[in-house]
Ligand binder design. Structure first.
Ligand code: ACM
Length: 261
């Protein structure tokens, strides 16, 4: 199975420009089975205030971006996962959509909001859904969700083989935490980050595909836009043994974890 990750540099508030940038890369993804884009790929990230986000929402609706992704999913015969700015009445969500060529869709809303995102977006309220494509179970987390081990674990317990992780990362913490989660859960993780700047925030690229041993299968550099292609064998995630005698899920002790809740 071939995964393509698109490291782009969205322009804040300019959806048409962002769609143009994304389509330029998608046109080179004809071999891919699963394609992962960054967080808020249609809108850019750092609106600073609710008023500026509202201005974007007045002129854009995510239906346009979702239609564009649907069209490419059919054209490329691939599942596409992308972060986007979701508008639901007066509420905005920092969301990720899964779309496959048959028209199956699944929406995830970012659960853990980063810095002043909480002034703009509602926190996610759809749990941690999972979908299946070509026999592979796919989960989604968005950027800062990575810091919360419970989110990864829930998806792993639901059978995720790969977690698509659309991101707009500005610190280096994910480079330590994400490979550890790949090991802890024995899953593939496709962290797809952006480059460039929005209103003083600098995004640090390094889009990476991690295997279930936490190793880097492939990665891009910190600055350039482009496509990262990786071949993955989903069978690797079905073996949850970390030693001959230890299973990363079955060896948990939920009977003594009640203090977590
Ligand atoms: C982030 O959640 N965009 C850091």
């Amino acid at each position: 199975m071939k995964v393509a990750q698109l490291q782009i540099n969205p322009v804040l508030g300019k959806e048409e420009d962002n769609i143009k940038q994304i389509s330029g890369l998608l046109n080179n993804c004809s071999d891919a089975d699963i394609i992962v884009l960054p967080e808020l790929a249609n809108s850019g990230y750092n609106f600073l205030t609710k008023e500026r986000a509202e201005l974007f929402a007045v002129h854009h609706h995510h239906d346009n971006f979702i239609s564009f992704l649907k069209e490419y999913s059919v054209k490329l015969n691939a599942a596409i996962i992308s972060g986007y700015f979701e508008i639901d009445g007066d509420n905005y969500y920092n969301s990720s959509i899964f779309i496959d060529p048959k028209g199956n869709m699944c929406n995830y809303r970012k659960a853990h909001l980063f810095m002043n995102e909480r002034n703009i977006f509602q926190p996610g309220n759809v749990g941690f859904p999972i979908m299946e494509y070509m026999g592979v179970k796919i989960g989604m987390l968005i950027c800062f969700d990575y810091l919360f081990p419970e989110a990864w674990r829930i998806l792993a317990l639901k059978g995720a083989d790969i977690i698509a992780h659309p991101s707009n990362l500005v610190t280096l913490n994910a480079r330590k935490v994400v490979p550890a989660q790949a090991v802890i859960n024995r899953i593939f993780i496709a962290t797809t980050n952006r480059t460039g700047k929005d209103n003083g925030l600098v995004f640090n690229g390094n889009t990476t595909l991690y295997n279930p041993s936490g190793e880097i299968v492939a990665s891009l550099n910190d600055h350039e836009t482009g496509i990262l292609f990786s071949d993955i064998d989903p069978e690797m995630t079905r073996n949850k043994m970390i030693t001959d005698l230890n299973h990363v899920l079955n060896d948990r002790r939920p009977d003594i974890y009640s203090e977590l809740l």
